[in-house]
Design a protein. Structure first.
Length: 227
């Protein structure tokens, strides 16, 4: 819904460049999307670990590590969506076509990408500029605050289980069961013993999510869109 609202506002602003919008509200929205994208980047760095290969599980119930790969892909997708929302907010804030700049940043053409980064440097004002460049630039990924250390794999799983969206939490719980990570302090339930997956809880949640995501279009309704 947030994405749809932002898209609608961008269309209105393009049709009427003088449409009044609260700059302070837009700056707060930009900061919130930056915070969310940076958190997702931090989780992704921890669970991908520089590659898509997971650490060795403590149990052998999932030799394909399907939950791991689904979690890595979902975190990356969520980061992409947060960055897209950020650029819609920046367009509302500054009036320039940040959607086109975003396409340039995703381009494999080095010249186009460099041109888009230069536009970000010129158009985005401090204090947002440094954070946006850290998110989309060619340098190292945006680092966390100085007092924060990088996450270990199991720490990232627990953070996702605490603060992630519904689907991410389900996958994180499934992965925690595979790894034998104690989640009782978060879920309020006694952790499943290592080597035993609770098919009636976490696995059922995954199946329900899959049915929900791939449910056919209902009569008079529209197909379900990703979050």
């Amino acid at each position: 819904m947030r994405f749809k609202v932002l898209r609608a506002l961008v269309k209105l602003r393009r049709a009427n460049p003088k449409l009044p919008l609260e700059a302070d509200v837009l700056r707060r929205a930009a900061e919130q999307n930056l915070d969310h994208a940076a958190e997702l980047r931090r989780w992704g760095a921890a669970i991908a670990g520089g590659s898509d290969e997971p650490p060795s599980s403590l149990v052998s119930a999932d030799p394909l590590r399907a939950a791991h790969h689904l979690l890595v892909d979902l975190v990356r997708d969520k980061e992409t969506h947060a960055t897209q929302r950020l650029f819609l907010v920046l367009e509302l804030l500054y009036g320039d076509d940040f959607e086109d700049i975003g396409r340039g940043l995703r381009s494999k053409d080095g010249n186009r990408r460099a041109s888009s980064i230069e536009l970000v440097e010129n158009l985005v004002r401090p204090p947002l500029r440094a954070r946006v460049l850290a998110l989309v630039g060619d340098g190292p990924p945006p680092s966390q605050a100085a007092h924060e250390k990088s996450l270990e794999y199991d720490e990232a799983v627990l953070e996702i289980l605490t603060r992630g969206g519904t689907t991410m939490r389900t996958l994180a719980e499934y992965r925690a069961v595979e790894l034998g990570i104690d989640t009782s302090g978060i879920t309020g339930r006694k952790s499943t013993a290592p080597g035993v997956l609770d098919a009636n809880s976490v696995s059922k949640k995954l199946l329900d999510k899959a049915r929900d995501l791939f449910a056919p279009e209902t009569e008079g309704g529209s197909a379900r869109a990703p979050a």
